[in-house]
Design a protein around this ligand. Sequence first.
Ligand code: 3PG
Ligand code: MG
Length: 397
Amino acid sequence: MGLLEPTGGPLDHHRQVTVAPALPSYERWGSLADKRILVRVDFNTPVAEVDGRLEVTDDFRIRSTLPLFEALLAHGATVVACTHFGRPKGEVVAKYSVEPVRRRLRALCPGVTLMENLRFNPGEEANDPAFGASLVEGFDYYINEAFSASHRAHASIMIPPTLVASAAGPNLAREVETITSLLERPQRPFVAIIGGAKVADKLAITKVLCAKADTVIVGGGMAYTFEAAEGRSIGSSLFDASYVEQCAQLLAAGNVLIPSDATGLATGAAFGSGGPEPARSFGRDIPEGDVGLDIGPETIEAFTAAISGAATILWNGPMGVFEDPRFAAGTEAIARAVAASSATSVVGGGDSVAALQQFGLEGDVSFVSTGGGASLELVELGDLPGLRALRESPFNQ
Ligand code: 3PG
Ligand code: MG
């Protein structure tokens, strides 16, 4: 601080990314009476067959849009929602019809109409301007309330803001604000926890977090490539040779914490949802032929100690194969440490959110992000195509 202090704020070398301007809100439109509003939602929810027909098994994404729908309806607007559902690849595929979602929506909010699956039309994923224009024909306004789809530069996300006055839905805005402020103005120490199977999927976010967080904890299958980069033997554990060099560079930065022991199995022993073979404990090195599938007890202690001292926590990705009870201890310990912490804690990614649910800890973190891919991309790149489309809309200048 002092002489070098730039514009009133404390000198902070982490503050390199400029915070994007606020997203436009629908509240500035004035009266919505008799207006037709198209709302892009993400109702890509899990379904399962019940009595011969598909039913929604988790309606979280549907319920979370109800406050917006109810507010718009209360203002006298006509509300039509649109979503993608699965990956039908531009063709009409019966099992990807939004019908189960539509039934659930009708039960929760009868006043809103839901269009058929956007991805039945090849124009959606191709970001075809004509398809995008056909969606908003006859509408006065467009609202994007689909944070978890806003990393896709698809027609329903990109084209409407070029044609009609457009706004960010409240959930999308909150999600962006939470993630952005966590990255730009974290209370310190800021501890990031990254896990998951593939180092290829998570290396970019790990790099960004190394520059922003005080400590980056790396676990899960991706950690074995970091261990190999330290010259340790990892047996037959998950490994990606093409990332060893970059992992070594990240380790050299000095703020990455990786596992010092592991729990796993002998090669060929089945895992995934339990199995007869007892788990094996490994130290720093995993013997030839054996496979690490979770972090070990010494690692749990080191990781949870780092988490307990945090003022801000970002967690994305499990520590092991937690669907298998033999390899759930690491992920459960991390989930419990995050939940027990008084830090601001943000959890993103389908697997970490599923782990929180499995251990009944969902209510014990500050924020659960609905967007797996979208939240990763927002952390990595600081922006998303769908957010840019809203900001760059000619109706918002
Ligand atoms: C999701 O569920 O992850 C989002 O809806 C995005 O779906 P997509 O990965 O098929 O684009
Ligand atoms: Mg996904």
